[in-house]
Design a protein around this ligand. Structure first.
Ligand SMILES: [Zn+2]
Length: 398
């Protein structure tokens, strides 16, 4: 069968339609959030937030979002995938946050495997909640919980109980404000519930006090709500325990969840778009950190995703440096360009940047997956050696 007839057949298969649905959904969400952000950025005169909205639109554009059939993994298994050729890297972008989430999942598994339990230790799922502070912005709330967490980690109680862990921060938007909590898959000795509750309450109180707010805990105990559950390796978990897989899902399920931004008020989106460093939603700490660092050092840049829930169907792709590594002045970041250029010049540079990155990554992906067929939402099909990244495109790279 010729490649072209195989192409047409594959692009109409049920699996292909499934990945296309994910791709279209992400693209649409990306434009939705970008539009809301742009309106708010214009209203408050934020050049940077408007630029981030432009970047998200490029990232979510039909020419940039692709689906692929017949990608292969190391075992020769074929699967379908979704991705973006060039990535904006914006915290609010559904496609880019999907990539972050996937990396977090992978790092969590490596970290977990690297840290066998010692005598007297168990894995525990710890949940630390924070009261809703009605008029606090999302960024302020996230800074407060990050600060409370950093205080807790330094406390003697915590250091003596917990040796390692994986942390995920979750926030949901309610009519009263942000409901925020931390899930931790911890490797620990016995953790006394009352002790943890009073330690965490102290840390939350201090974190908000440093921000000029006295907060109240409207609970029967007058303290923050915390929960500790035993994690068992296998099924058969009781109400008081949870399987390792479920605990991991709990820690990771809200990390960079694309839909999380949909209910965030516009003005808070501007704040999130503007901040250079958003508080970490995912973290590996303690004795697991060494493996995590090694993993990060070898981590590959990727924009590939697959609809598979298990990690087995996911691949990490390494793109070679798009610029020669010889001494050369580092090009300005997009964030700094948006602040220094006037709007027409910025939009031109942005489009140029995305077009070049797209051409480069399309070529790299086709070369890496010679059996795969890539199709953008705009309908452009690429496969095999048909797309080569040329030296001209390389020179033009931003
Ligand atoms: Zn993006």
């Amino acid at each position: 069968m010729s490649v072209s007839s195989r192409t047409i057949q594959n692009l109409h298969s049920p699996a292909s339609r499934a990945v296309q649905s994910i791709a279209r959904n992400r693209s649409r969400r990306g434009v939705e959030v970008a539009d809301r952000l742009a309106v708010a950025a214009l209203a408050c005169g934020s050049k940077l937030a408007l630029g981030v909205a432009d970047m998200m639109r490029e990232c979510s554009s039909p020419a940039n979002v692709w689906t692929a059939q017949d990608l292969h993994n190391g075992d020769g298994e074929l699967f379908d995938g979704v991705g973006t050729y060039s990535s904006c890297g914006a915290r609010l972008c559904p496609s880019c946050s999907a990539a972050l989430r996937r990396r977090a999942r992978r790092r969590a598994r490596v970290a977990l495997d690297s840290c066998p339990l010692l005598t007297g230790e168990h894995a525990r799922l710890v949940t630390l909640t924070m009261p809703t502070v009605a008029d606090a912005s999302l960024l302020e709330t996230m800074h407060a919980i990050e600060r409370a967490w950093s205080l807790l980690r330094k406390r003697k109680f915590w250091r003596e109980s917990v040796r390692a862990g994986i942390k995920g921060v979750e926030f949901t938007v309610t009519s009263l404000g942000y409901n925020t909590h931390i899930h931790i898959l911890a490797v620990s000795r016995w953790i006394a519930h009352a002790g943890l509750r009073s330690e965490w309450t102290h840390c939350v109180r201090v974190a908000w006090r440093e921000r000029g707010r006295e907060i109240a805990f409207n609970t029967p105990s007058g303290e923050a709500i915390v929960d500790v559950r035993l994690v068992r390796a296998k099924a058969g978990a009781s109400h008081a325990s949870i399987t390792q897989e479920s605990a991991l899902q709990e820690v990771l399920k809200y990390v960079c969840k694309p839909d999380a931004w949909l209910n965030v008020p516009e003005s808070h989106l501007v704040e999130v778009a503007e901040v250079e460093r958003f508080p970490r939603l995912f973290e590996v700490f303690g004795a697991m950190r060494a493996s995590h660092e090694t993993e990060r050092a070898s981590d590959a840049d990727t924009s590939l995703d697959t609809p598979s829930i298990s990690d087995g169907g996911q691949l990490m792709i390494s793109f070679p440096e798009s610029s020669p590594s010889v001494a050369r002045a580092r090009p300005p970041s997009l964030r700094s360009l948006v602040l220094t250029c006037d709007r027409p010049a910025w939009l031109k540079k942005l489009a140029h940047h995305f077009a070049n990155r797209r051409a480069y990554r399309r070529g790299a992906l086709c070369a890496r997956y010679p059996y795969a067929i890539f199709q953008t939402l705009a309908g452009d099909v690429s496969f095999g050696v048909a797309c080569r990244y040329t030296s001209i495109e390389r020179e033009n790279n931003l």
